[in-house]
Write a protein that binds this ligand. Sequence first.
Ligand SMILES: [Zn+2]
Length: 92
Amino acid sequence: MSTTCTRCEGTGFLNIDQIPEGEFDFCNEMGKDFHAEILKWIERNKDHDVQVCDCCGDGENWYGEPGEHYNSEDPPGPDGPYAYNGGLCECH
Ligand SMILES: [Zn+2]
C-alpha cells in the first residue's frame, strides 16, 4: 500500500519543471532509469532549484520509492522519518 506524494506529484523531485523542455524525453526516460537520469542532470547543472523531494525523501535520497509514501515506512511517532513533522509526511 502506497500513496503518491502530492508535494512532488509523484515525480520524486521538487521544481522539476525547471528542467528545460526538451532536455529529457520524459516518456522514454520514464521507462529507463528516470530518477538516475534526473540526478545526473542535477549534478551537471547548478543554476536551478531541482532537488530530491524533501517529503518522500530527505532532499538527497528517497525513503522508499521516489514519489511514493509507503504506509509501512511512514510510521507515526518519534521513530518515523517524519518525526520532525509530528510523524506526518509533509504532503498530508
Ligand atoms: Zn515527494
